[in-house]
Design a protein around this ligand. Structure first.
Ligand code: TXA
Ligand code: MG
Length: 399
């Protein structure tokens, strides 16, 4: 009873500056328009939830202003309720109208602290999420913030996402549309796999172009912080954000103890985890030849295969990026089946393919172990390695 409706993102046209003034899109494909209107009604009138594509990952959306909708999101995902949600708006005018109850047309940025102005000018619509203070009179559901004095907000770039938010005329709370702890979905079929029977509708707008979640930044603290690396890189924050952002620090702890208060509560939980044992190989600066280094990698893989699951490993997966040859583990014993795939060689491709390939090896191929070649932690590499570290837990091998 979970329906999937197709929508064509290329048939949705937003006027320039509509992300500021809130003008509605023109939708040239009647089926896309019908399906979007139906999804918008489910959210605004029905108080229910819908999964939809954004440029980062698929989101599971419900009204940010309705407690029941927000509770439905936590329930469908089985998400701990102390992990707050991002609100998505289609325009700054909608943010003012719906979250600040302010219809005034002048000085549209007046509710947003000045420290964010250049950054949102350069990144919205797009994969950057900012924290804003919650006022006492805020109409936001208290379940959005999970007790924090701030809320998170962004304007997504995907036309399906923006049209859904604009047509429902509602700020939409949306975490990634995976079951809690699973890799985030970048295709409608990933959402169906995790949430079938738990939600009424999935809008299928094809593959997500960015492939990892948005970057979450906090400009309300000094120095400003990057809380979660994502689709907008740290280097971009430093270079385009203006003088205050040149001091921006990256939240470096990947996991914290239970019970400890953190500003990005998402850190507390197991994330992005395939069922298979995931082993991450991390490149290091080294004078040793690549041939020697790969020899060590192979020995290490062999050890894992021989000792994991009481030696009963039958299938292993390999995800390569720049340095591992795709046939790296063809040496394995004949009774071990090897499924190898390239994540890509440029960082944008690796980021885009990461979650889908982890899911394929895990859900379709059902491998016992996934070996992943990591990359250097700069530009897209920071978000990619953040997700891979969470998937691998303690199974980190330098090479
Ligand atoms: O790209 C994305 O951001 C996707 C798409 C659907 O937009 N959404 C997403 O949501 O990744 P979610 O819930 O999976 O991740 C939201 C992150 C979490 O790490 C959460 O802890 C953090 O944002 N967050 C939300 N509100 C916060 C707040 N008030 N203070 C600190 N962190 C917050
Ligand atoms: Mg998530």
């Amino acid at each position: 009873n979970t329906r999937i409706l197709k929508v064509d993102p290329s048939s949705i046209h937003f006027p320039p500056r509509s992300h500021i003034d809130g003008s509605l899109p023109v939708i040239s494909d009647p089926e896309t328009e019908r399906n979007l209107l139906e999804a918008a009604r489910i959210i605004s009138v029905g108080g229910d939830v819908v999964a939809f594509p954004t440029e980062t990952v698929y989101g599971l959306g419900g009204s940010s202003l309705n407690n029941d909708s927000v509770l439905k999101i936590y329930k469908a995902k089985n998400r701990p309720s102390d992990n707050p949600l991002i609100s998505h708006v289609s325009s700054i005018r909608q943010l003012n109208r719906k979250i600040y109850n302010d219809e005034c047309e002048e000085n549209v940025l007046r509710h947003i602290p000045a420290i964010y102005h250049i950054l949102i000018d350069k990144s919205w619509p797009g994969p950057l999420t900012i924290l804003l203070p919650v006022s006492d009179s805020s109409p936001l559901s208290k379940f959005i913030t999970a007790g924090q004095p701030t809320f998170a907000v962004r304007i997504p770039a995907n036309p399906v996402a923006r049209a859904l938010i604009a047509l429902s005329d509602t700020p939409i709370a949306a975490p990634s549309a995976n079951a809690s702890t699973r890799p985030s979905p970048t295709l409608a079929e990933h959402v169906y796999h995790d949430l079938e029977g738990k939600i009424p509708l999935i809008l299928d707008g094809g593959a997500c172009s960015v492939g990892v979640e948005s970057t979450v930044i906090d400009g309300l603290v000094n120095p400003p912080m990057l809380l979660r690396p994502g689709g907008f890189t740290y280097e971009q924050v430093l270079s385009v954000g203006g003088p205050e952002w040149s001091q921006c620090k990256v939240e470096s702890r990947k996991v914290v103890a239970a019970g400890e208060t953190v500003r990005t509560p998402g850190m507390k939980y197991k994330h992005y985890s395939p069922k298979a044992l995931t082993v991450l190989f991390v490149p290091e600066h080294s004078d040793v030849s690549m041939e020697q280094r790969l020899l060590k990698v192979k020995n290490n893989m062999k050890n894992h295969v021989e000792h994991y699951a009481n030696g009963k490993v039958k299938k292993v997966g390999l995800l390569t990026s720049n340095r591992f040859p795709i046939n790296l583990i063809e040496f394995m014993q004949d009774d071990i089946k090897v499924i190898a795939a390239s994540l890509g060689t440029c960082k944008k491709d690796i980021q885009c393919n990461l979650f889908a390939l982890l899911r394929k090896l895990d859900e379709q191929d059902e491998v016992d172990i996934i070996f992943v070649e990591g990359i250097e932690e700069w530009e897209e590499g920071l978000a990619i390695m953040n997700r891979l570290h969470k998937a691998a837990g303690d199974h980190i091998i330098p090479f």
